[in-house]
Ligand binder design. Structure first.
Ligand code: CTP
Ligand code: MG
Length: 227
């Protein structure tokens, strides 16, 4: 069984307003994200982690969209990793695999989720990632170029990231014990020395962060054939 934890408890500081409730076409960002997981055949259960002060609205959104796979709508924590932890605490007993996904990535597709799951089943851990295409430079404290970084073999990490449940829970326990600060699950699992397969994504799966991202996502969605 595959359970998906959708983390939606952030404070949208760089956006300046709650980005997850911003409309993309006919529905809010978070509704697009939930729809993608609802549509994905291999996903059995969805745990939605939201801000305490928006839980009622999230519950209403789930009800209106008739999402059948939502098992829990629960409040998150101060940091993203606390929100993931809140989701992990509610996993169904027979969840063998866990997907973690940013609610702020509404363009994710069922095909991408399925592809990452297949690799997670084969390797225990897999994450969607985008090969870096820009030239990378390091800047000194005065912002002058002070060196380059070879981009060969570098990836920007995305979500979903999917793991065997035991591995992810052990990784999160280790992170808590060592009081580490992490921004994704791969970083947690790396601490254990476990292998994680990168699943290259050459499609658009941007994380809505700044107002310009809403325009981009909107334009992309209006051109994409509906699933
Ligand atoms: N997130 C979360 N709980 C937190 C922080 C973040 O569930 N305490 C979620 C966000 O809702 C988002 C995802 O993690 O879906 C990725 O985080 P990010 O894009 O950084 O969103 P925010 O933290 O909301 O934005 P900002 O950093 O600009 O405040
Ligand atoms: Mg953040």
């Amino acid at each position: 069984m595959l359970s998906a934890i959708i983390v939606a408890a952030g404070s949208s500081q760089r956006m300046g307003f709650d980005k997850l409730f911003a409309l993309l076409g006919d529905k809010p960002v978070v509704a697009h994200t939930l729809d993608a997981f609802e549509r994905t055949e291999c996903v059995d259960e969805i745990i939605l982690v939201g801000r305490e002060d928006r839980l009622a609205e999230l519950q209403e959104l789930v009800r209106r969209a008739s999402l059948k796979k939502i098992g829990h709508v629960v409040s998150g924590g101060v940091h993203r990793q606390d929100s993931v932890r809140a989701g992990l605490n509610l996993l169904a007993p027979d969840a063998r695999y866990v997907a973690v996904h940013d609610a702020a990535r509404p363009l994710v597709t069922a095909e991408q989720i399925g592809r990452v799951f297949e690799e997670a089943r084969a390797h225990g851990a897999a994450a969607l990632a985008e090969p870096i295409t820009d030239t990378l430079k390091r800047g000194d404290e005065n912002r002058f170029v002070c060196g380059g970084v070879d981009r060969a073999g570098l990836y920007a990490m995305q979500t979903p990231q999917i793991f065997s449940r035991d591995l992810l829970v052990e990784a999160y326990d280790a992170v808590a014990a060592k009081k580490l600060s992490i921004t994704d699950e791969v970083s947690a699992v790396e601490q254990l020395g476990a292998k994680v397969l990168l699943v290259p994504n050459d499609e658009f799966n941007l994380k809505i962060t700044y107002p310009r991202d809403l325009l981009l996502a909107q334009s992309f969605l209006s051109r994409r054939p509906s699933p």
